[in-house]
Design a protein. Structure first.
Length: 583
C-alpha cells in the first residue's frame, strides 16, 4: 500500500497503460482493500480451524449484504466499486479479527449490544439504499467546500446564513474523498447511523433497557433520520448534538460530575456551531437548569462556571453571525432562503394550525405528498386521544425535560414564523426528532408491562414508520424531491456543443454546474434570454414554480421563445420542467 501511495497515477500508467491513468487515484483504497481482505481470510481460516466456523458465518453473511447494498447505492463505476470494497473489507476484517481473537483477550458482547449493532447495520443499509440526487443547498455547500478555508469562511460570512461547523467538516471530506454524491454525504451518513446506538444508550440511561431497545429500533427506520443521512447538510449533526446535549443534561441533574458537564458544554456549543436555531434548544435547557437551581438540585456556582465555559466557546461565533446578518440585510435578502418544500404548506402565509400539524407529522413519519399530509393532519383527534391515554403513565421529570426540549424550540419558531413564515419548518428544530422517537419508545414500553404486548405494540409502530419511510422514498409525488440529476442528464443526452441552458431561479447555478460536464453555456433566465446560434438548441430549465415570480418569468420566456423558435420537446421530472427549443 505504501509503495502504491508514492505515485499511484504513474504506477497505474506504467503497468496498465495511459488509458487507466484517470483511475490512478483509486489505486490506494483498492490495494488497501485487497490487503485487508487477505488479513480477513487469515482470521476466517483460523476461526474455522479452531471450531469457530459458525461465528465466521455470522460475520460473513451481513458483510455480504452490506457490500451488495453499497454497490447499489454507490453505482458501478470504478470509484463506487473501490469505495464499496474498502468499506466492506474494513468491516469484514474488524469482524473476523473479533471472532479470531484468542480466548484470554476475547470480549464477551452482551446479546443486547449485539442487537443494537444489528439494528445499526440494518439502519446503515437502509440509509445507503435511500439515495437521491444532489439538492441545490447541497450543491452550494459543495461549491463552497472547494474553496480555500479562508475563502470559504469569507464566503459564508458575506453571502450565507449558516454557522461554519458542517462546512468545515465538508471542507475536509472533499479533500479526503472528493466531491462525488456519496463522498460529500459521508459525514451525514455517519451521524445519522451513529444516532441509533446513541439513542439506545440515552434512552436506556434516562429510562430503562426496554425503552432503549425500542428507541434504537425506531431510529433505525425513522424516515427523517434516513432522509437527512442522504443530504450533505448539517441536519443529521443537529439531531446527534441535540440528543447528546439532552442526555448529558439528564446526567447532570442526577448528580453527574465533570464528565457530564464537559459532554453537555461540548454538545451544546457544537449544536450552535451547526445551526443558529440550536440556540433555542440550548435556551430551553438553560431554563431547565434555572428550575433545577431553584430547587437546589444543581449548585449555582457550578452551573455558573460551566455556563461561562459554554459562553466562551460560543463567543467567537457572535461577530461571524453579526457579519452574516448585516450582509444579508444590506443585500435585501433578510435571511430569506429557498425552502425545499415544493408545494409549500400554507404558502406565503404565517404558519397556522395546519402547518403545526404537518411539521409534527413530518418529524415522525417523514415527507409525503400534499394529499397524504392533508389526510394525516386530519387525524389529529386520534393523536390527541392517544396522548390522553398516556396521561399519568410513566410521567417523571426526565420526561418533562425531554418534552420541553422537543416542543419549546418549535413553539419559538412558530411564534417567529408569524413575522418570518419561512423559519417555521421542522428542519430548523430537527433536534426534536430523536427526542420524539425516545418519547414514543417510552410510551410504547410503559403503556403495558407484558412483554408480548410491548413487542407487538413496538412492531406495529415500526411497521407504520416503515410504511412512512417507503412512501417518502418511493412516492414520486413527494414535493421534497427535486430531481436535478435526471433533469441535467436528459439535457446532456440531447445537447450538442454550442447549445445553451437557461434556468430559473438564478440560485440553481451551482446544482446545474455540479451535474453539467459537457461545457454547455449556462445563463440565468433573469439575465435575459440567450440566443443560440442557428441550428442549435436552447434548453429552458425551470423549478420552484410554486413561487409566483419564477412561474411568471418561466411563462413569459416560453411565450417569447415559442414565437421565434421551434418547440422540439417538453420534459418533466419531479419539481422541474424542461423545454427544448431549436432555432
Amino acid at each position: 500500500v505504501a509503495v502504491v501511495a508514492v505515485s499511484p497515477g504513474a504506477l497505474v500508467t506504467l503497468i496498465f497503460g495511459g488509458r487507466y491513468e484517470e483511475v490512478g487515484a483509486l489505486a490506494v483504497p483498492y490495494v488497501l482493500a485487497m490487503a485487508l481482505l487477505g488479513v480477513a481470510r487469515v482470521f476466517v481460516a483460523h476461526a474455522c480451524a479452531t471450531g469457530g466456523a459458525r461465528r465466521a458465518v455470522f460475520v460473513l453473511a451481513p458483510v455480504a449484504v452490506l457490500h451488495v447494498a453499497l454497490l447499489v447505492a454507490l453505482g458501478g463505476d470504478a470509484a463506487g466499486v473501490a469505495t464499496a470494497t474498502l468499506i466492506s473489507t474494513t468491516v469484514l476484517t474488524a469482524g473476523a479479527a473479533a471472532i479470531a481473537m484468542p480466548r484470554p483477550l476475547a470480549v464477551r458482547i452482551p446479546r443486547e449490544y449485539a442487537w443494537v449493532a444489528a439494528l445499526a447495520l440494518g439502519g446503515l443499509v437502509l440509509r445507503l439504499l435511500a439515495t437521491r440526487g444532489i439538492w441545490l443547498d447541497e450543491a452550494t455547500e459543495i461549491h463552497q467546500a472547494q474553496m480555500s478555508m479562508s475563502g470559504m469562511l469569507e464566503n459564508l460570512r458575506t453571502i450565507d446564513v449558516h454557522p461554519p461547523l458542517h462546512h468545515i467538516i465538508l471542507w475536509g471530506t472533499v479533500r479526503l474523498l472528493g466531491t462525488g454524491e456519496f463522498a460529500v454525504r459521508v459525514p451525514s451518513l455517519i451521524a445519522a447511523t451513529a444516532m441509533i446506538p446513541l439513542i439506545y444508550a440515552a434512552a436506556r440511561d434516562i429510562y430503562d433497557r426496554r425503552a432503549g431497545m425500542a428507541a434504537a429500533t425506531l431510529a433505525s427506520v425513522a424516515p427523517f433520520a434516513v432522509w437527512y443521512a442522504d443530504e450533505a447538510r448539517m441536519y443529521a449533526l443537529f439531531m446527534v448534538f441535540a440528543l447528546l446535549a439532552l442526555w448529558m443534561q439528564v446526567r447532570i441533574l442526577r448528580g453527574g460530575g465533570a464528565a457530564a458537564w464537559i459532554g453537555y458544554v461540548v454538545a451544546a456549543a457544537a449544536l450552535v456551531y451547526t445551526q443558529y436555531f440550536g440556540l433555542l434548544f440550548v435556551g430551553t435547557q438553560q431554563l431547565a437548569f434555572a428550575v433545577a437551581i431553584a430547587r437546589g438540585v444543581v449548585p449555582l456556582r457550578r452551573f455558573a462556571a460551566w455556563s461561562a465555559l459554554l459562553v466562551l466557546l460560543i463567543a467567537p461565533l457572535v461577530p461571524f453571525a453579526l457579519d452574516q446578518f448585516a450582509a444579508n440585510e444590506s443585500a435585501g435578502r433578510g435571511f430569506q432562503q429557498p425552502a425545499q418544500a415544493g408545494g409549500s404548506v400554507e404558502p406565503g402565509a404565517a404558519p397556522g394550525a395546519y402547518a403545526a400539524l404537518t411539521n409534527l407529522a413530518w418529524a415522525v413519519l417523514g415527507y409525503h405528498s400534499n394529499a397524504t399530509m392533508t389526510a394525516l393532519a386530519a387525524m389529529w383527534p386520534l393523536g390527541l386521544l392517544l396522548a390522553l391515554s398516556l396521561l399519568g403513565r410513566g410521567r417523571s421529570w426526565p420526561t418533562m425535560l425531554v418534552v420541553a426540549c422537543a416542543l419549546v424550540p418549535g413553539i419559538g419558531l412558530f411564534v417567529l414564523g408569524q413575522l418570518k413564515p419561512f423559519v417555521f419548518e421542522v428542519r430548523y428544530f430537527i433536534g426534536a426528532v430523536p427526542l420524539a422517537l425516545m418519547l414514543i419508545a417510552r410510551a410504547v414500553t410503559s403503556w403495558a408491562r407484558r412483554p408480548v404486548v410491548v413487542a407487538g405494540t413496538c412492531a406495529a409502530v415500526v411497521a407504520v414508520m416503515g410504511l412512512g419511510l417507503a412512501d417518502q422514498q418511493l412516492n414520486g409525488s413527494n414535493p421534497r424531491v427535486y430531481d436535478f440529476k435526471s433533469a441535467v442528464s436528459r439535457i446532456q443526452a440531447r445537447a450538442e456543443p454550442g447549445d445553451v441552458i437557461a434556468f430559473t431561479p438564478p440560485y440553481l447555478d451551482h446544482v446545474i454546474a455540479y451535474y453539467e460536464d459537457e461545457g454547455l453555456r449556462m445563463r440565468p433566465l433573469e439575465n435575459g434570454l440567450p440566443e443560440p446560434r442557428r441550428g442549435h438548441k436552447l434548453f429552458l430549465l425551470a423549478s420552484f414554480q410554486d413561487k409566483p415570480q419564477y412561474r411568471k418569468a418561466t411563462q413569459d420566456a416560453v411565450r417569447k421563445l415559442s414565437r421565434r423558435h421551434e418547440l422540439v420537446r417538453r420534459d418533466k421530472v419531479p419539481q422541474i420542467l424542461i423545454w427544448e427549443f431549436r432555432r
